[in-house]
Design a protein around this ligand. Structure first.
Ligand SMILES: [Zn+2]
Length: 333
């Protein structure tokens, strides 16, 4: 194995901050590229907003959450980079999850910047229908996964896609393989569905940097759920999307959380091996019970702590993740 094929954190300060559970400093990745940690009230603690000093004005990839704390973090990032936030040209969002997208609207309103997102992600949002987004409809979906009534109602209470539907429509819907329409840059759009239906990564051809969003992170295995109104086999899509990144294995990876790294091929190998182990566990859990529901499977799998002890949001995530594994096994059978 050559050195470049090994997994290695490329910024010790970021990796060390991650292990201390601290917020890392603004990081100058290259000439003209900065990683700005935007605080987040979740165990992952922050999202990296990537700032690119482009000839037509700065670009931001994933602005993070909304609100004054996040805005102050972005302002600090711009100041350290010596750039003017008011000149912001455009915002690219890798996927609709609130910790990546939420700040985009207010930032665009404040600066006049355009917003761009993958065409499949926006297509998913456009497909959301009022009648399917009621708590009653959501509870029915959780009952169909086998959740008992009280749990189905509780899960419906923490799942609200109306928030996603009501975001401002993006100016650009990015197609797989296209070059972002920004002069002076060579940023290629890569559709990488799985973690969300229309997740995109961006490959910076000039600097050989891969902005990987939540698709590939150095430590965490991204959550892959059976999303309502999404594809039937998101885990299959996720595995295919990992393969699709292998042509970029030489790149340094700039993820939306944790820390930057090299060794994408090795990391993809780890992720695939972990998923294969999990699928084996799901297959074992259903071997004696071919009609097991996702709820049955979730209760039988090993989690970081007992499934029954999870709070409602974590239990919902464990359920829809189990559903995605079950759907993949059944799609492959
Ligand atoms: Zn996400």
């Amino acid at each position: 194995m050559t050195l470049s094929a090994q997994f290695v954190a490329t910024n010790g300060v970021q990796a060390e901050a991650w292990s201390r559970r601290a917020l890392p400093p603004v990081d100058r990745v290259r000439d003209g590229v900065w990683a700005v940690p935007v605080p987040l009230d979740l165990p992952i603690r922050f999202t990296y907003a990537y700032l690119i000093d482009s000839p037509g004005g700065p670009l931001l990839i994933d602005p993070g959450v909304a609100g004054p704390t996040a805005q102050a973090a972005l302002e600090k990032g711009f100041a350290e980079a010596g750039l003017d936030l008011r000149g912001l040209q455009g915002i690219v969002v890798t996927h609709y999850h609130f910790d990546h997208w939420e700040g985009a609207d207010e930032l665009a309103a404040r600066t006049g910047a355009w917003i761009a997102i993958g065409e499949h992600e926006q297509g998913w949002v456009d497909g959301l229908r009022d009648e399917e987004l009621t708590p009653e409809a959501a509870a029915a979906r959780f009952r169909a996964h086998g959740a008992p009534e009280a749990h189905a109602v509780a899960f419906a209470g923490v799942e609200d896609y109306r928030f996603t539907r009501d975001r401002a429509a993006p100016a650009h819907r990015l197609r797989d393989g296209e070059i972002l329409p920004v002069s002076g840059e060579r940023l290629r759009v890569l559709w990488t569905p799985g973690h969300s239906p229309g997740h995109i990564c961006l490959y910076d051809e000039r600097r050989e940097l891969l902005f990987s969003g939540d698709h590939v992170l150095p430590r965490i295995t991204p959550h892959v759920a059976l999303n309502p109104f999404g594809g039937d086999d998101p885990l299959g899509q996720y595995l295919d999307s990992l393969e699709a990144l292998l042509p970029y294995a030489h790149a340094e990876v700039l993820p939306a959380h944790e820390y930057r790294f090299r060794g994408l091929r090795a990391r993809i190998g780890q992720l695939k091996a972990g998923i294969a182990d999990r699928l084996d566990e799901v297959a074992a859990a259903t071997a004696a019970d071919p009609d097991a529901s996702a709820w049955d499977v979730a209760r039988r799998l090993t989690w970081s702590r007992p499934f029954e002890s999870f709070e409602t949001p974590s239990q919902r995530m464990a359920l829809v993740e189990s559903a995605a594994h079950l759907a993949h096994l059944r799609a492959r059978a």
